[in-house]
Design a protein around this ligand. Structure first.
Ligand code: ATP
Ligand code: MN
Length: 463
């Protein structure tokens, strides 16, 4: 018999049909007159399917009455209309096959557990309601990312994970090597001889696919990457991971206005997908994790994002009369407290800030005519702060070269990047969005470690 997914059964309500479902027992309640209720979850949706297991089943005493939370079963039976208010249908079991019992020490007994504790059982936490919901929302978002770009004619390009670039010093890099760390080969000067390493040179895990992405944008027009990136930064915050996923579109013949337009459309598209496809999951998270989550997401898609320059934002912060831990002042980077004040208190909606001082921005961002600021943008959202960073890229060979030298980079290390300006250069722009920050926003979860299946942070790498 074909195995049905619980989500399909709730959608179709095939009352009267014989069906089979497989899943894990969440609870078992034994009723007085010799039958039991089983709540089965198969992960396809938040809701459990209720099964009525009658004492007449041949293995009722030997198996059914021993089913504890976490056991795995296959139930065959008839779909009946439910008496209870909770759900429209339930299953009257004709056969209950047990794949695996789950003894009483199963850590997820029916009570709420703290996220800190659940992080210590990363292999079992997907079986909780919250992590099921987060995982399904993460899935919806992933699909919506591809959907958005495909519908606009962007090509999906896979940029490398192992790289020989030091991408603009976006973050500290993890080195990739097969050298024997106890006795690495040395050059005559006593330095480590990377010529004898696996790739014949020094390599690392990528911190961003942007530079490689630009090479494809300068041939295919509009491209995007969606892959893992790695930063060995020792920041123990609730918004930083050492391994995270990044979405990076890059568009030829585009300026910053177009970049900002696409970023706003993109965010609204993927959030709308969650609002439409994950209603039960959102309801759960709204009730138990972040009150008002759904409304705040509806708010983001409902109206236009605010736009202002960095300079205007600093003026607002200075005049706000707010006591910040770090006072805002022109020339220094904005802190999360500033970003949150702007979006949550002052504007009450997302904002796209543009034209930051060049001194703390990357060398590839296009220099403005004032020579003090660059044509970049950060998209800030309530609760999170920065979710997207992007810019119009410097397409002028000489200006780019000068900015590289200012930044202390060796032009010969970026020969390929300069070639893009030498041969048929064109204005172009793009942005990077940290996928887990997006999942945080859409789930209301407070810690980035709880929105990626297997988090990697300083001192932690399980599995
Ligand atoms: P932050 O100031 O928050 O550290 P950043 O300026 O280093 O961010 P970018 O280099 O612009 O970030 O990276 C692009 C996007 O990647 C950011 O907007 C953010 O959404 C995400 N991001 C950056 N670092 C991390 C990290 N360590 N973990 C998860 N997401 C990150
Ligand atoms: Mn950073």
């Amino acid at each position: 018999m074909q195995i049905h997914r619980v989500q399909e059964l709730f959608k179709q309500s095939p009352v009267g049909q014989r069906i089979a479902v497989c899943g894990w027992v969440r609870t078992r309640r034994d009723a007085k007159n010799n039958f039991s209720f089983l709540e089965i979850n198969d992960g396809s949706c938040l809701k459990n399917l209720q099964v009525i297991a009658d004492g007449a089943l041949e293995n009722y005493e030997t198996d059914v009455k021993k089913l504890g939370t976490g056991s795995s079963v296959r139930v065959e039976g008839v779909v009946v209309a439910s008496q209870g208010k909770e759900q429209a249908i339930e299953i009257k079991a004709e056969r209950v096959h047990v794949y695996g019992f789950s003894p009483e020490d199963f850590p997820l007994q029916k009570k709420r557990h703290g996220f800190d504790y659940l992080r210590t059982i990363g292999h079992l936490r997907p079986r909780t309601n919250t992590f099921g919901a987060v995982t399904r929302i993460r899935h919806t978002l992933s699909m919506a990312v591809h959907d958005f770009f495909r519908s606009r004619g962007f090509f999906y390009v896979q940029t490398p994970i192992i790289t020989a670039n030091d991408c603009e010093g976006a973050g500290e890099m993890f080195q990739v090597t097969t050298l024997d760390l106890d006795k690495p080969p040395r050059t005559p000067e006593g330095k480590i001889d990377y010529a004898r390493d696996f790739f014949g040179r020094r390599t690392s895990l990528t911190v961003s696919g942007q530079l490689e992405g630009e090479t494809y944008a300068m041939a295919l027009g509009n491209i995007y990457t969606f892959g893992p990136t790695f930063r060995a930064e020792n920041s123990n915050t609730t918004r930083h991971l050492a391994e995270f996923w990044m979405i990076e579109p890059e568009m030829a013949f585009a300026d910053l206005d177009h970049n900002a337009f696409i970023a706003e459309e993109f965010l609204k598209h993927v959030i709308r997908a969650v609002l439409e496809q994950n209603q039960d999951d959102l309801h759960l998270l709204d009730s138990f994790v972040q009150k008002g989550l759904k409304e705040s997401l509806q708010n983001i898609v409902a109206g236009p994002f605010a736009r202002m320059t960095y300079t205007e934002a600093v003026e607002i912060l200075e005049k706000s009369g707010q006591k910040f831990e770090y006072p805002a002042k022109w020339g220094s980077s904005l802190q999360t407290e500033h970003e949150r004040y702007l979006t949550e208190v002052h504007l009450k909606r997302p904002v796209i800030l543009t034209d930051y001082p060049k001194d703390f921005t990357a060398f590839y961002m296009r220099l403005n005519d004032d020579k003090k600021t660059v044509r970049n943008m950060d998209v800030l959202v309530p609760q999170i702060g920065e979710i997207i960073g992007g810019s119009q890229r410097e397409e002028r060979y000489d200006v780019l070269l000068e900015r590289m030298q200012e930044a202390g980079l060796k032009p010969e290390d970026y020969a390929f990047y300069l070639d893009l300006r030498k041969y048929g250069t064109a204005p172009h722009a793009g942005f990077g969005l940290g996928f887990e920050r997006l999942v945080l926003l859409c789930t209301g979860m407070g810690n980035i470690r709880d929105v990626i299946p297997f988090p990697r942070t300083p001192g932690h790498c399980e599995f």
